[in-house]
Ligand binder design. Structure first.
Ligand code: PEP
Ligand code: MG
Length: 889
């Protein structure tokens, strides 16, 4: 095998082998762009080293050969005393990965060659500054010396000189600093800073290999689900200097605006500086456009190169470049990150430019980006005082009074106040407050902190880890940079999409994309929003491509109509329990409490017309489209008063010697129905089997509603769905009763009804016996919420707020299995059940109606395993449509 590739030998498709950086450097080299010569050591070399603990035997020789070629090309040797070749050593994995070693510059400098550099550059200060940078970077990243020690020494040197910025240090000061730095290395690393340039290079290469297994790198990979066995490549590149005077400099550029997608000149330039100075913010950069007046020749060349790159990559690219004494050099390029809105615009712009086709355009956007565009946002034109910025943990725009504990959040929100819960960090005790709040703001913790995870689960706006904010929960206040104090009750605004925190109320505007889906804004109109236009076109691409149909989880006509506007092709789950709340609770209570058949039948008779009316409205809203109605599912205690509250009430009444007959009966019933694990108890089909008349009442309501709609010339397409089935016997009994009721309604109304009867698959046993269950089911709808709960043994109501944070932090999973389908476990059951079901009944219709139906990654999985449709909440329908289209490309 070959372990080292010259930049002339690679190309952009070799990312697995050369890493992202190396592959793109090679691509640019081969495009004839000015890339400083160099070579890339492959990920294979890294893997061999990590597996065996030793560098592959051939590597040293290959590196020597490539180094010699590089030296020949440059006409000088690495670290040569009178004119040293200097190189940078950079890590570069397939995916860009924070937590890995990044860069060591100026390798090749030593006590001797620094003199040579002084001569060659004609700049003593520059040479010594380069040398001290090398010792500092090398000491920190290769030898593991605490970086602060160097920073401290640098600060002391500045203090001694009474200057504030590095550039004011002179050659003599830097020379002294080099001595200090070397001493730090000696004491801390227990060895001298290596004077042999080849040893410097070899140690740096090894350090890059080792950094693949650094703790932070490993954690990052676990969270991002990047495999641990990819390894990193190492790029060795000849140095060019942007800090050789005013005719030198360094900058970054984008081939178009990463915020809007517009073409133009976007970027920053810093004269007389090296890359890390830009990051360190020592001096202010100037807009890239100003380079034109600073160095017209380089500017024109850069513009030309940017055009070449865009046409070549057919996408927005970002670029790092350096100008050394008027000569432009390209140091890096990659397909650039962009905002969600820009992603849609750029994709359609590139289609219009003829650079990509519709299929490729779909690959350039994601459902997550579309979801981001659908949140309400702060009015961009509003004046707002930003006081901090944290991590954008859960999108949305929230405004409310700051409160510093959960108790106050709940109390204030009960009295109608909008509140933002502000905490240093949250824990499970804050749950009530988080539910009550409009949004959550914390000063500590990252994307997987408790606050972030729980807020995302609740779809609540959250900014976390806003470290500049000093939150003092004891004194109920927070201090913002500059010293302003936000007291409890002061209004603040937080933006969960950008992480920004503002004082006061920032006006919120609805998302134009939602306005579009709602039909309140139109594509193609003269003044149409550019973004809406792009979304409209991409959605059309997706709809043309996708095989999966998309339905909605909706329980009432209003939601059904919205779902239709958003593109739903039916209802995949109507949860009938939502129809038994409010005024009807009392009837349900009576049904549950009934001692005699007569009593029970009485309450069912009263429920029937109400239930029928629900369905009439739903069928009307969804006329011509399938509507899957699920018979009652939840445990009955959900319709009864809370056991503790009721016990107290009865006890008080007894003390007053005034016990209420009904309340006593109710309490008895509550005790009778009380279950330790209600989600595994009397619910779903089990209810239908033990409460006579309940399911048949619902079936009758569905059948009569369908008949009524047919008589009104409507086109109702009802499907009856039985929940929580574990064995075909349960289904057969319910079916038999249902068929009889349907026959009765047909006979009574004279309307022929075609009502499909199917089941949910939400228990492992159902999935495992799907072949049998399909005998009695015309369709399956995978209830992946319960299926995840029962396969993992995770209580869906509790675990996300309890130990999931720990699980996410430990990288046991990168995302909650309630959010994204666990392909290996739950997913393989879905796949097997779908297959077995279709073997029994080839025309079995297959769908999914758990939360996963609207999750991008899960949608791709459901496409792959051949389901017919996904069903999700109305607001997630556009995302599901888009991802179904993407999955089909
Ligand atoms: C499910 O379990 O996935 C499902 C859709 O039903 P529910 O969430 O109502 O239990
Ligand atoms: Mg369920």
């Amino acid at each position: 095998v070959k372990f080292v590739y010259d930049f002339t030998e690679g190309n952009k498709d070799l990312k697995d082998l050369l890493g992202g950086k190396g592959a793109n450097l090679a691509e640019m080299t081969n495009l004839g762009l000015p890339v400083p010569p160099g070579f890339t050591i492959t990920t294979e070399a890294c893997k061999t080293y990590l597996d065996s603990g030793e560098e592959p035997a051939a590597l040293r020789d290959e590196v020597s050969a490539h180094l010699e070629a590089l030296e020949a090309a440059m006409g000088k040797k690495l670290g040569q005393a009178d004119d040293p070749l200097l190189v940078s050593v950079r890590s570069g994995a397939k995916f860009s990965m924070p937590g890995m070693m990044d860069t060591v510059l100026n390798i090749g400098l030593s006590d001797k060659s620094v003199q040579g550099l002084v001569q060659q550059a004609g700049d003593e200060r520059f040479a010594w500054d380069s040398y001290r940078r090398l010792i500092q970077m090398f000491g920190k990243t290769v030898l593991g010396v605490d970086g602060e020690l160097f920073e401290d020494a640098l600060d002391k040197a500045k203090e001694a000189k009474k200057v504030t910025v590095d550039t004011e240090l002179e050659a003599a000061d830097l020379k002294k600093l080099v001595t200090r730095f070397k001493r730090i290395v000696k004491t801390e690393a227990g060895r001298d800073f290596p004077q042999d340039p080849r040893e410097q290079m070899d140690l740096a290469i090894k350090a890059v290999f080792d950094s693949w297994n650094g703790d932070r790198a490993k954690l990052y990979r676990r969270q991002e689900r990047i495999p641990h066995d990819l390894g990193t490549a190492v790029n060795v590149c000849s140095m060019v200097f942007g800090n050789l005077g005013p005719d030198s400099g360094t900058g970054v550029a984008f081939t178009r605006d990463p915020a809007s997608g517009h073409q133009g000149v976007y970027g920053d330039y810093l004269q007389n500086a090296q890359g890390e100075d830009v990051v360190a913010g020592i001096r202010n950069t100037v807009p890239l456009a100003e380079l034109e007046s600073i160095d017209k020749k380089s500017y024109d060349q850069l513009m030309q190169i940017m055009e070449t790159l865009e046409n070549h990559y057919k996408d927005l690219c970002d670029i790092e470049f350096t100008i050394e004494r008027g000569q432009l050099w390209m140091l890096q390029t990659r397909v650039g990150k962009r905002t969600a809105g820009a992603a849609f615009r750029i994709a359609t712009q590139l289609v219009d430019q003829g650079l990509i086709d519709e299929t490729e355009a779909l690959q350039r956007v994601t459902g997550a980006q579309l979801a981001q565009l659908m949140f309400p946002r702060f009015d961009e034109n509003a004046k707002a005082a930003q006081v901090g910025r944290g991590i954008a943990a859960s999108p949305g725009a929230a405004v409310g009074k700051a409160v510093f504990d959960s108790y106050t959040a709940v109390k204030w929100s009960r009295s109608g106040e909008k509140v933002i819960l502000v905490r240093r960090e949250t824990n499970p005790d804050d749950l009530d407050g988080m539910i009550a709040a409009e949004g959550i703001l914390t000063s500590r913790g990252g994307k997987t902190s408790h606050a972030a995870v729980v807020a995302r689960g609740m779809g609540k706006t959250c900014v976390c880890g806003a470290e500049e904010l000093e939150v003092d929960t004891k004194r109920r206040r927070m201090t913002v940079p500059g010293g302003h104090v936000v007291e409890e009750g002061d209004v603040i605004s937080i933006d969960g999409s950008s992480g920004k925190v503002y004082l006061g109320e920032v006006p919120v505007v609805p998302s134009p994309v939602v306005e579009y889906f709602e039909g309140r804004m139109h594509a193609g109109a003269d003044d149409a929003d550019e973004l809406v236009e792009a979304v409209h076109r991409i959605m059309a691409f997706a709809d043309r491509k996708r095989r999966l149909r998309v339905r909605a989880n909706a329980d009432n006509a209003e939601d059904a109509l919205r779902a239709r506007r958003f593109g739903a092709q039916g209802i995949g789950l109507c949860r009938t329990e939502h129809m038994f709340l409010g005024d009807r609770r009392e009837l349900v209570e009576r049904l549950i409490l009934a001692d005699t058949d007569a009593e029970r039948e009485e309450s069912l008779k009263e429920l029937l017309p109400l239930q029928k009316q629900d369905f009439v409205e739903l069928f009307e809203a969804m006329d011509g489209l399938p509507v899957t109605i699920r018979l009652l599912d939840p445990p009955l205690h959900e319709f009864l008063p809370d056991i503790t509250e009721l016990s107290v009430r009865v006890a008080l009444a007894e003390a007053r010697k005034d016990p209420h007959e009904n309340e006593l009966r109710l309490l008895q019933a509550v005790h009778r129905l009380h279950e330790q694990n209600p989600m595994l108890g009397l619910r779903g089909v089990r209810l239908g089997l033990v409460i006579p008349g309940l399911f048949t009442m619902q079936v009758r309501a569905i059948a009569e509603a369908a008949a009524e709609r047919r008589n009104a010339k409507g086109d109702p397409r009802a499907e009856i769905m039985i929940p929580l089935v574990g064995t075909v016997q349960e289904l057969e009994i319910v079916r038999e009763e249902a068929d009889q009721v349907i026959a009765e309604v047909q006979a009574a109304t004279g309307v022929e009804l075609k009502l499909a009867i199917g089941t949910m698959i939400e228990l492992p046993r159902a999935a495992l016996t799907a072949g049998q269950i399909a005998e009695a089911a015309e369709f399956f709808s995978f209830g992946t919420n319960d299926l995840t709960q029962t396969v993992w043994g995770f209580s869906r109501d509790d675990v996300e707020a309890s130990f999931f944070t720990a699980y996410l932090e430990k990288g046991i999973f990168g995302v909650s299995p309630f959010e994204t389908i666990d392909k290996d476990g739950v997913g393989s059951l879905v796949k097997a059940a779908a297959k077995a079901g279709r073997e029994t009944r080839p025309d079995l219709k297959l769908g999914v109606c758990g939360e996963h139906g609207g999750d991008p990654e899960s949608v791709h999985f459901f496409h792959e395993v051949g389901l017919d449709y996904v069903s999700c909440s109305p607001f997630r329908i556009p995302v599901a449509r888009l991802e179904a289209g993407r999955a089909a490309t």
